[in-house]
Design a protein. Sequence first.
Length: 255
Amino acid sequence: MSKVLTRLEAAGVQLVNIIEPVYDAVTITAKLDVQTFEFREGLDAYLEKTTSYAGHGNGTTTGPRSFSDIYTLDGSKKQFLVLPSQYNYIRNAFNRSTSSPEYFVRQHGIQQLKTTLAQTFSTNNLDAIIYPEQKNLVVKIGSPSQSGRNGILAALTGSPVITVPVGFSEVTTETTAPLGVPIGMEILGRPWTEDLLLGIAKHVGEALGPVRKMPVGGGGLDKVVEVKGGGYEKKVPVVKPDGGNIPEVYPLGVY
């Protein structure tokens, strides 16, 4: 990112360094994220509505109708796969709801964050705020989790945001990232400034120049592949995951 900022300044962009600790993504996620409070109720409402249309003519259905139908500690039911990074998320969702006292505390904190963000824009006379899409590089395929996401600020404040590619990291190893790891930058704006953000993103792209690279290596990703129709136009295929090769790092639940 330091190289990106240098190139933007060379192109005439005026940068202001914002260092308020209130914008630390890790702290925001820990103290203000409300997804685990809303997930169970949201999933219940979705399944109740969607599965009612999936009956077999008599209003019955074999699909899950609620959060509890999918996630349960009842060992007599089928197994389901939970990503390691989501295991505590699902466990917490069992005991949280939008009626929990903590939910209202977090909602109040979100309103305060919105106010602080608006003040930051006004005090520093900003058009937008830019930051890396993630604190850490994207992990390898098959890794248990991806930590260090910065998108929580836009998610909780409802601010418009656009992500642009800004280049690649240094080459990690010749076998896993021969070109380096792609890096994205988020451009966050005030409410209702989507047109301004699109213009900024365009100018950022012009200032940085082409940053994309064609994948290379033995996987064939650098070749053009013709994809033909799979015959799914009239019938949705049934996906049966292979549960025999799941690493032990992935906890199993049941449903």
